[in-house]
Design a protein around this ligand. Structure first.
Ligand SMILES: [Zn+2]
Length: 354
């Protein structure tokens, strides 16, 4: 972790509990969230048993104890409802329960089944997992995890990134430990600019330049088809999240249609359930992509624009709040901040809070 990030965490670690103890965050949430009907949709990716699984703190992981506090808080203060059930109620002309909250997970990591689901079960909290199906049958790691793992293991001091973008500036990115987090964010951003057919070659080139081979410990496992079927059988809603996890705005209409059709077909076969929900990879979409999702027959789609949903709901661009890996007081600070957002704040799926 870089020093600035460590300092920020230390300040938040002291200030947030004090402000929470004084009731500041409860008042903020009361005023911003509970005064009018709202639908809060939380976005998670990974819930990890130990911080060692997330050494670079890129905003994709929440520790189990923090997650349990966050879910307990929502079960006590909100009305948890599964995404699909919420949409069915709206389609039937019924209102959502008061202070509705839905819990969602993107990508389909194994730690959802191993770490998050037992917590959700303990609090009887429903959830939706948007599963990416590219490489699922072969148990291939996600491309961003390959980047994290390779950068984590390299002994090279810097990398020339012009193979990803000829105009990259700076062309050299530093790799010594205190720079790694920032370099990882830049590399991931550059990979997001690639079309799907370039990702594999770019990963191979990256590993060669970093002089890394094999699989390291940061390649987070994904749920297997059997595991997806098991969690679906336990009542978890399965939603689609494309086949190739790329910026859909860079795909043609036909390519988008293919992604939308294949991912739903595969997940319906695996889960034995209808798949009606969708989450845009990276939250990246446009009006054109939204229309394609609707025409493909999905009943709703979740973006990553940070904020709270209010009537009339934007069903094909539902806002979600990516929750921080922090204890309940700092979590409430972020929830209060998100509730005050009028225009959604866009970013990639990673969750980084000021
Ligand atoms: Zn994703």
């Amino acid at each position: 972790m870089d020093y600035i990030e460590a300092a920020k965490r230390a300040v938040k670690g002291i200030a947030s509990p004090v402000l929470d103890f004084c009731g500041v965050y409860d008042t903020l949430i009361e005023r911003r969230l509970f005064v009018q009907p709202s639908w809060v949709i939380l976005m998670y990716h990974r819930v990890v048993a130990s911080r060692a699984e997330d050494p670079h703190r890129l905003g994709m992981c929440v520790e189990r104890d923090h997650f349990a506090e966050q879910i307990e808080y929502h079960v006590r203060n909100f009305s948890p409802i599964c995404m699909g059930d919420a949409i069915s109620r709206l389609n039937a002309g019924k209102p959502l329960p008061r202070n509705a909250v839905s819990i969602t997970f993107d990508d389909g990591y194994q730690d959802f089944a191993d770490v998050a689901l037992p917590v959700l079960r303990r609090f009887q909290c429903p959830a939706t997992v948007f599963v990416n199906v590219g490489g699922l049958a072969e148990n291939r790691p996600f491309w961003w995890d390959e980047i994290i793992d390779a950068v984590h293991r390299t002994r090279v001091d810097e990398i020339d990134v012009r193979f990803l973008n000829a105009d990259a500036s700076p062309a050299q990115l530093p790799l010594r430990s205190r720079h790694r987090r920032r370099t990882l964010m830049r590399l991931q951003f550059m990979f997001w600019q690639l079309r799907p057919e370039r990702i594999d070659d770019a990963l191979a080139e990256l590993k060669q330049r970093l002089q890394v081979s094999g699989r390291g410990r940061l390649l987070a496992p994904r749920m297997s088809p059997a595991e997806i079927a098991r969690v679906a059988g336990e009542g978890v809603e399965i939603g689609a999240h494309c086949e190739s996890h790329v910026d859909m705005r860079r795909l043609s209409d036909d390519e988008c249609r293919h992604e939308l059709m294949v991912s739903r077909q595969v997940l319906q076969e695996i889960s034995g359930q209808p798949v009606t929900g969708f989450a845009y990879p990276g939250g990246l979409q446009s009006e054109r992509v939204q229309k394609l999702v609707a025409h493909a027959g999905y009943g709703y789609a979740a973006g990553i624009g940070r904020g709270v949903n209010r009537q009339p709901f934007d069903i094909y661009n539902l806002r979600r709040i990516g929750m921080p890996d922090s204890g309940i007081s700092d979590y409430k600070r972020c929830l209060g901040m998100a509730a005050g957002v009028s225009e959604p704040v866009m970013g990639y799926e990673s969750v980084l809070w000021p």
